[in-house]
Design a protein around this ligand. Structure first.
Ligand code: ADP
Length: 249
């Protein structure tokens, strides 16, 4: 297959914690342009796999490829430069900055510029227009001048997505984007993720099956550190072994 067909690929990837394999010998491919979800019961190794792919954790064995190139030894910053961005948890939203400043800062970071430039460049019309467009797209215009720290939990998650998209990644990795959200926010964030997936590759770890069924074209089911099944929602959800894994039989 064309080497660029896979945005990310894991080969025999394992991660051990004191003799326990949270992820064992996983072969995983994230097809370019796909919207791919990783699901599985608690403790299946989803977060560990996500953290390995995003370079938050180093593997014990195996390798990771980005567009066919071995990136196993690269760190998070190098991956970001290659256009692979993960949604950071809320801790990466700067509480002391306004919503607009958070978006402007992310736009600057997406261009490889640092935060020290914020004061100087934020008045640049192009940046203001871009920030405005992002704020509108994410429904944050009305709260543009509010301190990010004063936003509700749901709004912070939306801001987090806006700042991740501001980095203009080609591969977007989202860790439980619906966690802690109410119904309305889930609907909004589902729509936003669908939009964000246009022209990009998206990987999400998500517990909400309705969202997974709605968004993902490919689903990987993990159980006990390994891949149990892969395919469309219809295909994996009709498998008895997948049902059994969820019910703990
Ligand atoms: P999931 O995201 O599917 O719930 P995790 O990847 O968080 O699963 O965890 C998989 C297994 O690895 C669990 O049994 C968990 O206790 C273990 N594990 C994860 N991280 C660590 C760690 N830092 N130290 C020890 N064990 C860990």
């Amino acid at each position: 297959m064309d080497r660029a067909a896979h945005a990310l690929e894991a080969r025999s990837l394992s991660r051990e914690f004191n003799g326990f394999f949270a992820v064992r010998d996983v072969d995983f491919r994230l097809r370019r342009g796909s919207m791919h979800a990783v699901i599985g019961p608690n403790g299946a190794g989803k977060t560990t796999l996500f953290n390995l792919l995003t370079k938050y954790l180093a593997p014990s064995h195996g390798s990771i490829l980005h567009e066919g190139e071995d990136v196993t030894r690269l760190g998070m910053a190098a991956m970001a430069k290659r256009g692979v961005a993960r949604s950071f948890q809320i801790s990466a939203v700067f509480s002391g900055l306004s919503v607009r400043e958070n978006v402007e800062l992310a736009l600057l970071r997406g261009r490889g510029l640092g935060w020290s430039l914020l004061g100087r460049i934020s008045s640049h019309p192009a940046l203001i227009d871009e920030a405005d467009a992002l704020l509108r797209r994410f429904g944050l215009s009305e709260q543009a001048d509010a301190l990010a720290g004063n936003l509700s939990y749901g709004r912070k998650r939306v801001l987090e997505l806006a700042t991740t998209l501001a980095l203009e990644p080609s591969v977007l990795l989202l860790d439980e984007p619906m966690a802690g959200l109410g119904r309305e926010d889930i609907e909004r964030v589902t729509g936003l993720i669908r939009e964000m997936g246009e022209g990009r590759t998206v990987l999400l770890v998500e517990h909400n099956m309705k969202v997974v069924a709605e968004l993902a074209d490919t689903i990987t089911v993990m159980v006990r550190g390994q891949v149990l099944a892969e395919g469309t929602y219809e295909a994996v959800s009709s498998r008895p072994d997948v049902m059994a894994a969820y019910t703990g039989e």
